[in-house]
Structure formats: C-alpha cells, structure tokens
Design a protein around this ligand. Structure first.
Ligand SMILES: Cc1ncc(COP(=O)(O)O)c(C=O)c1O
Length: 444
C-alpha cells in the first residue's frame, strides 16, 4: 500500500514514439535497440553496464545540419567543449571544420590535443586565472571573451609581458531572460556573467587604449537548452544595437560571438530549429558586415549520446526499478529536474502494457532518481535500458560519489564501434590519495 497515488503520466511518449523521433536509433526485433548500425546489447555485453555510448555519425550529421542552415551567413562554429570534452568527440568536430569554445586550461589543452589550432579557440569563462591567460595568449588563442574590467586589466598585463596582443571580445550581459531552467540561464542582469550592457561602450573604448589587447567585437551567451527564438531575437537585437553604437563612437567592431544554448527535445518537445536560428542571426546581423561566431554544445552532442544501464532489482511491487547507473554518472535529473527518455534495450521489453515506474539509482540520496512514475513496460532484474539524449552534460559532469568508478565510454561510427574510455578501477579512485605516517599506530 502506498500513501500517494502512483500514476503514470498519460502524456509520456511511448517507447515507439521516442525511437521514431530519433533517426539514429532503431528497434530491431532480434538485436534490440540499435545506434546507427550497432546493437547496443553488443556493447553492454562487452563492457558491462553502466556504459556511455556516443554516435560519431550522429554528431557529424548534426554538425552538417547546423553548418547547412548557416551556410549563407559569415558564421564560424566553435563547439562548446564543456558539453562533452572527450578527445574523440573534439576530433570529430575538428574534422568537420569547427573550432572550440573553452572555459578552462584543461579544456584548452584538450582542444589543442585534439588538433584544434589555438587561433580556432575562443576562451570564455568568468574567472580565468593568470596562468590560464598566460597559456592561451602564449599559444595565440583566437579570441578571449572578457567578462569584467578586472579581467581586461589582467589580459593587458599578461599579454604585454609576453610581448603579444590578445584579440578580445567583450561579453555583454543583454539582460534577457532565456526562459530556461534557473541554473542554466546566464543573460539576466542578476547572473554573474558578462559586462552590464550600460558599461560596455566605455569599457570597449578603454580596451582600445590598453597595451596588449585588441578589441575585435562583442560576445553574448544567454543560457542553455533554449527552445524558443524570442530570447535570441531580443538579445541579438541588443547586440546589433551595441555594434552600431560602438561604431558610431569610432570603434572597430568586426566580430559578434552569439554564444550557444540551442535546445534539444528531451521528451516530445521539438528541439531548436537550426534554420529558424539562422533566421534570427540573419535578421539581427544581416546588414552589419560582421564575422559571426556561435558556440553550440548540447545541440551537437546531446542526442548523440546515451547511458546504458541494467536493472539490479525491482521493489515495492515493481514500483521502483533500481538500476546500476546513478546520479554520479548522469546528474542532470537530480540537478536540473531533467527528463531523460528511458528505453528498454530488448525489443520484447519495449512492447506490452506500461505501468508507472520510479527508475532510481543505488546512491544514498533521494535525488538519485532518473524518473518518477514513468510509463514503462514491465522491467525485471537484468533487463537493460538506455537513458537517451545524455551526450551533453553527461559524462563530463560525472563524479565518483559513493566510490563509484567512472563508467566506460564506447564510440559507434556506422557499423563499427570502439572503447574510447576504459572503466575506471577502484584502485584508480584512491591512486592520488595518501595516508600520512603520523596516523600510523593510532586506534580510533
Ligand atoms: C559561454 C558559453 N558558450 C556556449 C555554451 C554552450 O551552451 P549549450 O551547450 O547550451 O549550447 C555555454 C554553456 O552554458 C557557455 O557558457
């Protein structure tokens, strides 16, 4: 007996609908769920679960779709490394012609290791350290997006000491509500990001007088998982207005970095349309003669990744399915209340009557819940499921909480697949730890 009614949301899309909406996935009667041309069971058999799987062909196709949509505009794509920073993923986008948007020394080094030229890298982020600036400027970074007057001064000092001139764009805060989750909105005046709109013109003029910096334009990024164009239109109109005002004041403005944020359909909501997004860029900047840059992350990689997991057991009359993946692997449901599609790997499990199931992980937190009262076909111990659309802000946000090693990663490319990250061992977890000798011999 449960105190609360436990009813499935009748609006939950069916397994068949979820698969039909994702062209990279098919359900094969014998092989079960197939990504591109690889049955996911083959990967789970070989590597165990939990395991991440990414589709290289899917990533390439998405990059090509975005490039096609903006083909008539002077747009360069800088993939936002934070969404998924695996070297193989970076290589795929680099081969496709994208640069990188990075926010840390580690991301800069990853991008460089994947073969992305420093001049094709944009360095964003609200708290770049002197060490990070030294590295990026020393290597000839393509652009630094400046978030404050204090940072501008740091860049000038570092670049001057290195005998370099750093191309900088001022990240303006357009004070626009992106209409997304509070934790991923970044363009409102009360967010920590960017330079207040009203201060930007004076700071730009100041930048033009500083040694070691060359102001090349402005940047903005209003948030993530944005599904409607209204916030983009509003923010880009303000950016275009800023370009005109700066030019009227005699400044040179040759670039506008329009940020990322394009949303994807996690449930049954349509994802952001690249063609419509391109329309918003064209409307705002079409006649301005500026080089445009965009920094998409989630839209390129989100749908191309998934997390495979096995049911450990069911309990409370099958109300709960406890799976072997947890919030330490995929934190988005716990952190953002994110909805991720959950699809059985076996074709036989994907049909039949649905019942409301809470899909939970084994971590000792109630927040370790992937879905509540999800309409799912019956699941039993040992059955496998895929948590879909986990390619962005998935593995990169993993932790080892509860001493759970990081899951391995496999990359599918058409009919081929390879392991691109081994499962972390328990010994890896404490490899960097030491116990000081003064603790020796103490009891309790
Ligand atoms: C400056 C900047 N650019 C790009 C992105 C990528 O956003 P998304 O993955 O939503 O496209 C982010 C992420 O929040 C960001 O902070």
């Amino acid at each position: 007996m449960h105190a609360q009614a436990h009813e499935a949301d009748a609006a939950d899309p069916s397994v068949a609908d979820l698969i039909a909406a994702r062209p990279h996935l098919t359900m094969h009667p014998m092989d079960g769920l197939v990504l591109e041309d690889v049955p996911l069971n083959a990967i789970a058999d070989a590597l165990g679960t939990p395991v991440w799987v990414y589709g290289a062909g899917t990533m390439r196709a998405r990059l090509a779709e975005l490039q096609h949509a903006v083909a008539d505009l002077p747009v360069h794509i800088h993939y936002a490394v934070k969404a998924n920073d695996h070297l193989a993923v970076l290589k795929i986008f680099a081969h496709g012609g994208a640069g990188a948007d990075v926010v840390s020394e580690g991301e800069f080094l990853r991008a460089r290791k994947a073969g992305i030229a420093a001049e094709n890298i944009v360095f964003s982020g609200v708290g770049k350290t002197v060490g990070e600036l030294r590295l990026a400027i020393g290597e000839g970074v393509g652009q630094i997006n400046v978030e404050s007057a204090a940072e501008l001064a740091m860049i000038s000092t570092v670049a001057t000491a290195l005998g370099k001139t750093a191309p900088v764009a001022l990240r303006i805060n357009p004070d626009v509500d992106a209409g997304t989750h509070a934790k991923i909105t970044t363009g409102r005046a009360d967010n920590k990001f960017g330079i207040p709109y009203s201060d930007a013109a004076a700071l730009y003029a100041h930048a033009a007088t500083l040694p070691g910096v060359a102001p090349v334009g402005i940047a903005l990024h209003i948030g993530s998982q944005i599904l409607s164009l209204g916030p983009y239109r509003a923010a880009y109109a303000r950016a275009a207005e800023m370009v005109r005002a700066l030019r009227a004041a005699g400044q040179t403005v040759s670039r506008v970095d329009c940020g990322g944020g394009l949303g994807i359909g996690y449930r049954d909501e349509p994802g952001a349309s690249p063609t419509a997004f391109a329309g918003a860029l064209r409307a705002a900047f079409g006649g301005l003669d500026v080089q445009l840059m965009i920094e998409p992350g989630r839209w390129l990689v989100g749908p191309a990744g998934m997390l495979l997991s096995s049911v450990v057991l069911t309990k409370a009359d099958e109300r709960f399915a406890v799976i072997d993946a947890a919030m330490n692997d995929l934190v988005r449901p716990a952190m953002y209340d994110a909805w991720h599609a959950i699809v059985p790997l076996a074709a036989g499990n994907a049909v039949g009557a649905v019942r409301p199931v809470d899909v939970v992980g084994p971590v000792c937190e109630s927040g370790d819940t992937f879905a509540r009262a999800r309409a799912l076909p019956s699941l039993a111990a040992g059955d496998r499921v895929a948590l879909l659309d986990a390619g962005a802000y998935g593995a990169v946000m993993s932790s080892t909480y509860n001493a759970r090693p990081n899951a391995p990663i496999a990359l599918v490319d058409g009919a081929r697949w390879a392991t691109i990250r081994a499962r972390q061992t328990h010994a890896d977890l404490w490899a960097a730890e030491s116990v000081p000798t003064f603790l020796d011999g103490r009891i309790g």
